[in-house]
Ligand binder design. Structure first.
Ligand SMILES: [Zn+2]
Length: 184
């Protein structure tokens, strides 16, 4: 999650309207609990084709977003992104807030390729790493290939804060946290 609190909270409202009312909060895993950290440190597995048609999986996707939108109710910071391992499921799924459009976007089985070699350093934080913020160096422009909630493959290009957000979330799927890359 990035620290742009104002933008993150604006994004929350527009998305609450589209979520089914029965969506629920999932527990946000943090490194403060050793068992939870094990899950956060594990590489996540791809979402299989048959899972896209499973209503339970679609329900999980809604719950994951709902959890990001209500992170403050778990005494956490406003979220700018959330990955499945952060709620205890090691599958390749994450949401990231698009800071240009204020909309949350879902990425399943994402693959990221840098565009060019230009890097930029930004202060990051994370729902799973309470009370720590620090600068991380990441690619400034990236291309991301992913599946949407129906399993359809798409490609998008992002730059600056949106590029950083998806790189942060992809790391979660590899069991990597921003503190591992933080400039000391
Ligand atoms: Zn994070």
């Amino acid at each position: 999650m990035m620290r742009t609190k104002l933008i993150a909270s604006r994004g929350q409202k527009s998305n609450c309207d589209i979520l089914p009312t029965m969506s629920k909060q999932l527990k946000i895993y943090t490194i403060e609990d050793k068992e939870e950290e094990k899950v956060l440190r594990k590489k996540s597995l791809p979402v299989k084709e048959e899972l896209f048609k499973d209503p339970k999986f679609q329900e999980f996707l809604d719950d994951l977003l709902y959890t990001a939108l209500h992170s403050e109710e778990q005494d956490n910071v406003p979220a700018g992104g959330i990955a499945a391992p952060q709620v205890g499921r090691n599958i390749r799924v994450f949401y990231a807030l698009n800071y240009d459009t204020d909309k949350w976007q879902l990425f399943i089985n994402p693959e990221i390729t840098p565009i060019g070699f230009s890097k930029t350093s930004t202060v990051e934080g994370c729902l799973s790493v309470p009370n720590i913020e620090g600068e991380v160096l990441r690619y400034r422009k990236v291309k991301i290939k992913y599946q949407d909630k129906d399993g359809k493959w798409k490609t998008k290009k992002f730059k600056d804060i949106n590029a950083i957000a998806v790189q942060h979330e992809l790391d979660h799927l590899e069991g990597v946290l921003f503190i591992d890359k933080m400039e000391k």
